[in-house]
Design a protein around this ligand. Structure first.
Ligand code: ATP
Ligand code: MG
Length: 587
């Protein structure tokens, strides 16, 4: 646990945060009141697409820029809220004309192109269920997800169709329609195949937005597959209340902000915060079609005058790897708030934010299952680097221990490790695992939702991530969280990224083994290995420090950017690798 505290200084705020006093907002908060800040549908229903698009298009924000797409060819393509409404109305009407109705599943596999966003919001407005797919998936992960999700319609691009969909289409009998964005379908003549333009043309007759209720299914998100076969998490329209609240208090969105969420909408972060939350707040957001590149990202931050930036530890570590000198060529005058999610954020990375941008990264924690941010560092609250912060107003989080009899017991004492648990009832909570009812039910014990992550809480109420329950190492009677060990390794100047696992050991049960990727300019040799081992021992003590280090060119990541420790472990032990459908690039 880092002793350092980054104090927030109100005199340096460029804009007063939406949450000025954490305790007060938390005390007075109610989800009902938050819900009342949204419009809702005239009959008392709720629809994510309406809150994100229509209510702005029908009001003062109609001509405000909603989304700027930075296209691969360098073009900027802007949509106002009014234009977004016209396009999503069209898509909705086209779905209706094609017989795709309430509850039907619409999938998209298209990368970060405008049509993907129009399809997502149009599908929600139609009362159909949107299921995003990450465009780098291969044919098999695409097929299994579409089969499990009963895909009726797919929006994709000509290239992706040819490379990944054409050959699996016969294995998807439920799939009625494929809508193909340019370039064209390369001569595909199968019935049920249309170009995007023809499909949109078929939606020329205006239709009314679907009368969805808060509990109607809206989104299907597959998890990252870090711990095993990805689960399909079911989300409902009510989730928009959470997206709104966390956009307000955690991301601190203000009307004049230009917001950039770097997550791909193939994952839950890219939908909840790369589409829904910013639009519900009526801000202007950026969507970048390009893949990660440090210089390009700095240019986007500068040229697009980003003020609020939401990104992930893997990306931050990659930026850190390129060095701080590069950043000196750019100016980030408008940047006022930075947040991170997806993996534990090492204290090193939080402080690098201060050195590089003059402001820290604010870590926050949540899962596909929670649908929205649960625990966070807030703009007005002091940061303890390495801590994921405190529960969002309206969210009750605690640490529990699982007893031998199957019950769970909240741990009252500070700094005692246990499983992170949440009190069900927040609006964005998943309503099921698709086709896995028993698995879903098992997540709830004695009135708590059990997250599968281990954490602890300090005496001031800050939560500290320890590791995933599956990844925790039991060594000579100690429980060792991988995050603490990895963060210590990251402090060594040669280390770009680190992952640790427990390796079975006849004497101490498991020994800590580290896998390390080096920064450019460092060569693998015995002296460096010994130096890093010694460095870690000094920081962590002999009981916790790694006993072995292996150097790897890169560490295996999921496509959503998480280190796959289970794969390192399987390889180390010569065991089967399990489901690798989300592995970034088979190494
Ligand atoms: P699967 O459930 O399929 O194994 P996954 O858990 O990686 O995959 P996601 O729902 O995308 O799928 O990721 C949520 C998990 O990511 C959390 O349970 C936690 O382990 C990790 N995580 C997210 N944010 C943070 C954070 N700020 N600090 C530490 N861990 C985090
Ligand atoms: Mg998970």
């Amino acid at each position: 646990m880092s002793a350092r505290v980054l104090h927030k200084d109100a005199s340096r705020w460029r804009i007063a945060p939406n949450l000025k006093d954490y305790a007060e907002v938390r005390r007075d908060f109610s989800w009902q009141q938050a819900r009342a800040e949204l419009d809702g549908l005239p009959d008392g229903g709720l629809n994510i697409g309406y809150e994100a698009v229509d209510r702005h298009a029908l009001g003062a924000n109609a001509n405000k820029r909603a989304i700027r797409f930075l296209r691969k060819d360098g073009r900027r393509e802007d949509y106002t809220y009014a234009q977004l409404k016209t396009a999503t109305d069209r898509f909705m009407a086209a779905l209706r004309a094609a017989g795709i109705g309430k509850g039907d599943r619409v999938f998209a596999l298209a990368g970060r192109v405008p049509e993907f966003y129009v399809a997502a919001l149009g599908t929600l407005k139609n009362g159909s269920v949107f299921c995003p797919l990450f465009s780098a998936f291969g044919p098999e992960p695409i097929r299994t997800r579409m089969a499990r999700g009963n895909a009726k319609l797919l929006v994709t691009t000509g290239n992706l169709y040819r490379r990944k969909v054409r050959d699996i289409r016969d294995a998807l009998p439920e799939l009625q329609q494929v809508v193909i964005v340019e370039p064209q379908a390369n001569g595909e003549t199968r019935p049920g195949t249309q170009t995007w333009n023809a499909f949109m043309e078929s939606g020329h007759e205006a239709v009314e937005i679907a009368a969805t209720r808060g509990e109607d299914m809206a989104l299907l998100h597959f998890t990252s597959g870090t711990t095993g076969r990805p689960k399909g998490a079911i989300h409902v329209h009510e989730a928009v209340v959470q997206h709104y609240v966390t956009g307000k208090y955690v991301l601190d969105l203000h009307p004049e902000d230009i917001f950039w969420c770097t997550a791909d909408p193939g994952w839950v972060t890219g939908m909840s915060y790369g589409v829904i939350a910013p639009l519900v707040h009526g801000v202007s957001m950026i969507v970048d079609e390009e893949e990660f590149d440090a210089e390009h990202w700095y240019r986007v931050l500068q040229d697009e005058q980003i003020s609020v930036w939401y990104t992930a530890p893997t990306a931050i570590r990659m930026l850190m790897k390129t060095g701080v000198e590069l950043t000196h060529q750019y100016h980030f005058e408008k940047l006022r708030f930075m947040a991170s999610v997806g993996e534990p954020l090492n204290p090193e990375a939080v402080l690098w934010g201060v050195d590089t941008f003059g402001i820290p990264f604010h870590d926050n924690w949540w899962q596909t299952e929670t649908g929205g941010i649960m625990i966070a560092n807030f703009p007005a609250v002091d940061i303890k680097p390495g801590s994921m912060g405190m529960p969002v107003p309206g969210v009750l989080a605690t640490i529990v221990s699982r007893e031998a009899d199957g019950h769970v017991v909240p741990i009252g004492d500070a700094k005692v490790e246990g499983e992170l648990a949440l009190r069900p009832g927040w609006p964005a909570m998943f309503r099921g695992y698709l086709g896995e009812e028993e698995r879903y039910n098992k997540c709830f014990v004695d009135g708590w939702y059990l997250t599968g992550d281990l954490a602890m809480r300090d005496s001031e109420g800050y939560f500290w991530f320890v590791g995933r329950a599956d990844d925790v190492i039991k060594s000579a009677g100690h429980l060792i969280g991988p995050f603490e060990v990895e963060s210590a390794l990251m402090e060594h100047p040669a280390v770009a990224e680190a992952a640790v696992i427990g390796k079975p050991d006849p004497v101490i049960h498991e020994m800590v083994k580290a896998f390390v990727a080096l920064r450019p300019g460092y060569a693998v040799d015995e002296a460096l290995r010994l130096e890093i081992l010694g460095f870690a021992r000094k920081r962590l003590g002999a009981a916790v420090a790694p006993k072995e280090i292996a150097f790897l060119e890169t560490l295996p990541h999921t496509r959503s950017g998480k280190i796959m420790r289970r794969l390192l472990k399987a390889r180390e032990l010569g065991l089967p690798e399990g489901d690798t459908s989300t592995l970034e690039s088979p190494a």
